[in-house]
Design a protein around this ligand. Structure first.
Ligand code: ATP
Ligand code: MG
Length: 425
């Protein structure tokens, strides 16, 4: 049998309904914020990512699907091509190639589509995955650098998460400074790391030399106490960056967008300047980041284009859908207990007990004293109840109930006082 390649997967009905629902909401919400769709190729020249994402990043140094594409005719040259690992570099390349800045207006662009990274596949991490992203960029005269753009994009994200019904997210915010002030911070980090480097993991020992900022997003537990004590970026921002960040936060406060400052969040891409952010969700386990983004004021120039500051984000659609599914599963909590009144006059006792269970948060349903035991059990099975609780004369008098686990078949007598806790386990 030929199977889907490791790290890739089929999206099947009914899951595709949820994907389409998300796509639909994205188009609806983004249109209201005056964003328009851009579609760039799935592969680009390798150089674009090397220069745009950064040679030192995990993406470029170990995660790209790259191949040497042979010339087929004398007029063609062989070239190194790469499946896009992210879409910002492609959008900025397109902006430069088509001179989109010429209008003097801001370009507000969004995309939805697959990205490719050779990572270790696990829940929420695939080799072909999907991103929903948006970028706002343009000449500085269009106001592309201004804090209102940062706040607007974050506001749009909260509107989107609201529209798809995602609850329980956290927005982490930071400023990573700019080309003017980051060298001083990097220097301070290098100096601080020089003394403690030997106690860090192998990756961090290398990063301490090549790209000390990367040490901050190390996930190894043993390294954390050391990283906690490193210099903080907030103390190194120059006046412009400090002001910019203060204004972004002031607008967010007025819009009542909740956020937490996380000074260690530097994000994985080299091109970020000033504002960086991440939204996480508790249902996602280790892969908790639903989306990430930030400002990239120098990217266009780095790719040989005009000055075109910008800010953008990418949502991991696979993870967004996973979080929504987890939420849905919780909302449709399966039936915990089916309460069976046993014998005449037991309905009122059974209903009273059921009410108490429901009041303490347990999903419960109740039968009827006129049903035969066999029928009651069949009903409980069909409803998918985990437990059956029998309420007969003896049980009421003893204030202890016969409880049967329908999956394991195990039957126990549980005192009333312990019933809630027993059913919750
Ligand atoms: P992580 O720290 O989880 O590797 P990242 O910093 O590499 O994320 P970005 O490059 O900023 O992520 O991409 C933005 C979003 O795309 C992430 O927040 C995540 O939701 C999603 N994403 C990134 N890599 C994958 C992957 N391999 N599979 C599924 N989703 C992914
Ligand atoms: Mg990654």
């Amino acid at each position: 049998m030929i199977k889907a390649v490791r790290g890739t997967r089929d999206l099947l009905p009914p899951d595709t309904e949820l994907w389409n629902f998300v796509d639909h909401k994205v188009r609806e919400v983004f249109a209201r914020y005056n964003y328009h769709e851009i579609r760039t190729p799935l592969f680009e020249s390798t150089e674009l990512f090397a220069r745009g994402v950064g040679e030192e990043t995990d993406i470029v140094s170990k995660e790209m699907f790259t191949w040497e594409d042979k010339a087929r005719a004398a007029s063609e040259k062989s070239q190194s091509l790469t499946l896009r690992p992210e879409n910002t570099a492609g959008v900025v390349r397109s902006y430069i190639e088509h001179e989109l800045g010429r209008s003097g207006l801001l370009q507000k662009l969004y995309y939805i589509g697959p990205q490719f990274r050779r990572e270790r596949p696990q829940k929420g991490r695939y080799r072909q995955f999907y991103q929903i992203g948006a970028e706002v960029l343009g000449p500085p005269t269009a106001g592309s650098e201004l804090p209102i753009r940062d706040a607007e994009i974050l506001d749009m994200l909260t509107a989107l998460l609201d529209a798809v019904g995602l609850q329980g997210w956290t927005l982490y915010l930071n400023s990573v400074g700019c080309l003017n002030c980051r060298p001083a911070y990097n220097q301070a980090l290098r100096e601080a790391l020089a003394g403690v480097k030997d106690q860090l993991c192998a990756d961090c020992q290398r990063r301490a030399e090549t790209n000390p900022l990367r040490v901050l997003d190390c996930k190894i537990p043993a390294d954390q106490p050391i990283i906690e004590k490193l210099p903080k970026i907030a103390d190194y921002l120059d006046d412009d960056c400090r002001n910019h960040f203060a204004q972004v936060r002031a607008i967010l406060d007025t819009l009542e967008v909740p956020y937490q400052i996380n000074e260690r969040m530097v994000r994985g891409l080299d091109y970020y300047t000033r504002t960086t952010f991440e939204f996480t969700h508790g249902e996602l386990g280790a892969q908790s980041a639903v989306l990430g983004g930030g400002r990239y004021d120098g990217l266009s120039e780095q790719l040989g284009g005009p000055k075109a500051p910008g800010i953008g984000f990418a949502i991991g659609e696979d993870r967004l859908v996973l979080a929504l599914q987890a939420q849905l599963a919780q909302a449709l909590a399966p039936l915990k207990a089916f309460v069976i009144p046993l014998g005449a006059g037991m309905n009122r006792h059974a209903l009273k007990l059921t009410r108490e269970l429901r009041a303490s948060g347990i999903t419960a349903d109740v039968g009827d004293e006129s049903f035969r035991m066999k029928k009651s059990f069949e009903t409980a099975e069909k409803l998918g109840a985990k437990f059956v609780v029998i309420v007969g004369e003896n049980e009421v008098q003893a204030s202890a109930f016969a409880v049967k686990n329908l999956k394991s078949g195990e039957q126990t007598t549980v005192p009333r006082a312990e019933l809630t806790r027993f059913l919750e386990d």
